[in-house]
Design a protein around this ligand. Structure first.
Ligand code: SF4
Length: 166
């Protein structure tokens, strides 16, 4: 898979503003006008590197230890991480068996179109491509985008709850 080979630390990318690791995936073919990260639309951008699932697991375990296991959320951004859905399933099904870990996924894809095995390894999804004409100036960035949270084996649309709080 193609990613920016650094894990960032952030308070602002998690929908509930939780301290999180942030991982950027490279490649998105939607070409939305006003895209927040046009430099990451090209999967072969010089900013990005090819890593195997094993390498990504090692990187994430390294950062986990570096932060003394205190960060338990990871935010997957892009680009569109869903281009690498199979790799994401492999990496996080392995890590979630070992650690308590919350996975937040941002994708241009609609929630309804995500594969069940991908939904199994993520806990929060912010879906939908960015539409400049629906720009909110807040969160989510455009009014078509929605936020879903996993509760047990069910998913709940919490868009109105989260956007009201911000
Ligand atoms: S889906 Fe997101 S990353 Fe892809 S072009 Fe649109 S805004 Fe950019």
């Amino acid at each position: 898979m193609r990613i920016i080979p650094e894990v960032h630390f952030s308070f602002i990318d998690h929908p509930f503003r939780k301290p999180s690791f942030v991982l950027y995936f490279c490649g998105c073919f939607r070409n939305c006008p006003g895209c927040h990260s046009p430099e990451l639309q090209n999967p072969y951008s010089d900013l990005c590197q090819t890593v195997t699932t094993e390498e990504l697991i090692s990187v994430l375990e390294y950062y986990r230890e570096k932060f003394r296991n205190k960060i338990t959320s990871i935010v997957l951004l892009g680009g569109d991480p869903v281009l690498y859905a199979k790799d994401i399933v492999k990496v996080f099904s392995y890590l979630k068996k070992k650690y308590v870990l919350e996975v937040v996924l941002y994708t241009g894809e609609l929630f309804e179109n995500l594969d069940a095995d991908l939904k199994d390894v993520v806990d929060l999804v912010v879906d939908g491509e960015y539409q400049e004409t629906l720009k909110t100036g807040s969160f989510p960035a455009s009014a078509n985008q929605r936020i879903f949270i996993k509760e047990g084996s069910n998913w709940k649309d919490i868009t109105s709850l989260v956007s009201k709080k911000l």
